[in-house]
Ligand binder design. Structure first.
Ligand code: SAH
Ligand code: SF4
Length: 387
């Protein structure tokens, strides 16, 4: 895959609406205020998302007068790519600078016929899961719908997809970068729907996945607003252990989470869809045979796949990754119980692109790291998050 030269940020003003992150409906409404017909929205979307054109002047099927008005009233703004890395194993990582100066990372993981883009939804995260480096940075802000979609646009651009005759390279998108997608609800739903819209990026609903640690009311609110695929970050099959690893479990325990998950899945028009349960395996913490048996019992009857993620170490954590033999044993126990189990291979190690390592070197602006070090109880952090 060849690299395109980096696009230059448009330097546009933030007080104008950014068309990059608008759904078809939003764009139609915006154009209506200009006295334009709805089909103009489709034209604009094709230019932006199919052709990768962000310069109004290059949109040849739009009248000069309208182009001029659009330039006055709106922007198509992209964050600036500040660096990109390629790993020896083909993984690629882009860091973009968003408004306010923070860096957001996006990772592309090619695997056989698939190329999965892992996008971020927030800068940092407030949920402070004990094994996650993003959580240790604390929360800075939500990304806008445009900033989420821009990650896909920029990756496409960088991979040469928008060059004449360029074919689709990115086959899957997972919202598994920085942040908790369901705590940035509206922007994430808009961005996910744009990724699946035929006039947007046209990805199949099975290939755009929202990963959540379990914000139950938001999960219920998703019903009817999107039919994106779901990954649930479970990591433990009992509340005592999950409270420790995923503090939001104290507010929304496993039974609630599974109830909401079933509800969402039951409302999807396509009943053959399955939910993915993610389970980060941490040595001596949740990786024993008994944990695998407990997990198998918990998920019985739920149409699902289980994705095991061997823990990715980072400097502020004392957790360890289990041996390959332990991971394999855990997997086999689940398989013997009839589950489809995948193990996420560790990719992009040489460029810090693995789960939980994104922007691993970003400053901790919230002193959360210190609290973590001082071993404050996770629920103290949670009070701040939930209130
Ligand atoms: N906030 C969302 C999505 C981002 S995290 C969520 O929690 O689901 C994406 C996935 O990476 C989650 O399953 C998360 O548990 C996992 N993860 C985070 N840190 C990790 C680490 N250090 N090692 C392995 N997996 C990790
Ligand atoms: Fe946030 Fe997900 Fe990390 Fe938990 S695992 S701290 S929810 S990004």
């Amino acid at each position: 895959m060849m690299s395109e030269p980096l696009p230059i940020a448009t330097g546009a003003r933030q007080d104008k609406p950014n068309l990059l992150g608008m759904s078809m409906q939003e764009l139609e409404l915006f154009l209506q205020t200009l006295g334009e017909k709805p089909f103009r929205a489709r034209q604009l979307m094709k230019w932006i998302h199919h052709q990768g054109v962000v310069d109004f002047d290059a949109m040849s099927n739009i009248s000069k007068v309208l182009r001029q008005r659009l330039k006055q009233l709106a922007v198509i703004e992209l964050p600036e790519v500040v660096h990109q890395h390629s790993s020896a194993d083909g993984t690629r990582k882009w860091a973009v600078r968003v408004h306010g100066g923070s860096l957001v990372e996006t990772v592309l993981i090619p695997e056989g016929q698939r190329a999965t883009l892992c996008v971020s939804s927030q800068i940092g995260c407030s949920l402070d899961c004990s094994f996650c480096s993003t959580g240790k940075q604390g929360y800075q802000r939500d990304l806008s719908a445009a900033e989420i979609v821009a990650q896909l646009w920029l990756a496409n651009h960088s991979l040469g997809v928008y060059r004449e005759g360029g074919s689709r390279v990115i086959t899957n998108v997972v919202m598994m970068g920085m942040g908790e997608p369901l705590l940035n609800f509206d922007n994430v739903v808009t961005a996910a729907n744009l990724m699946m819209d035929d006039f947007g990026y046209g990805l199949s609903k099975r290939r755009v996945t929202l990963s959540t640690s379990g914000v139950v009311p938001a999960l219920e609110r998703l019903i009817g607003k999107t039919d994106v695929s779901l990954a649930i970050s479970l990591h433990a099959a009992n509340d005592t252990l999950r409270n420790e690893l995923v503090p939001i479990n104290r507010k929304y325990p496993i039974s609630e989470l599974l109830r909401a998950t079933r509800l969402y899945m039951d409302h999807l028009p396509d009943r053959s869809r399955v939910v993915v349960f993610e389970y980060t395996l941490i040595k001596g913490v949740n990786d024993l045979d008994q944990h695998a048996h407990e997990l198998a019992a918990l998920l019985r009857g739920i149409p699902c796949k289980i994705n095991l993620i061997p823990f990715n170490p980072f400097p502020q954590s004392d957790y360890k990754r289990p041996s390959a033999a332990r991971v394999d044993r855990f997997k086999r126990i689940l398989q013997q119980d009839g589950y489809i189990v995948t193990v996420r291979s560790t990719r992009g190690d040489d460029i810090d692109a693995a789960c939980g390592q994104l922007v691993g070197k970003v400053q901790d602006r919230t002193r959360r790291n210190e609290r973590y070090r001082a071993r404050l109880r996770p629920d103290e952090a949670l009070v701040k998050v939930i209130n």
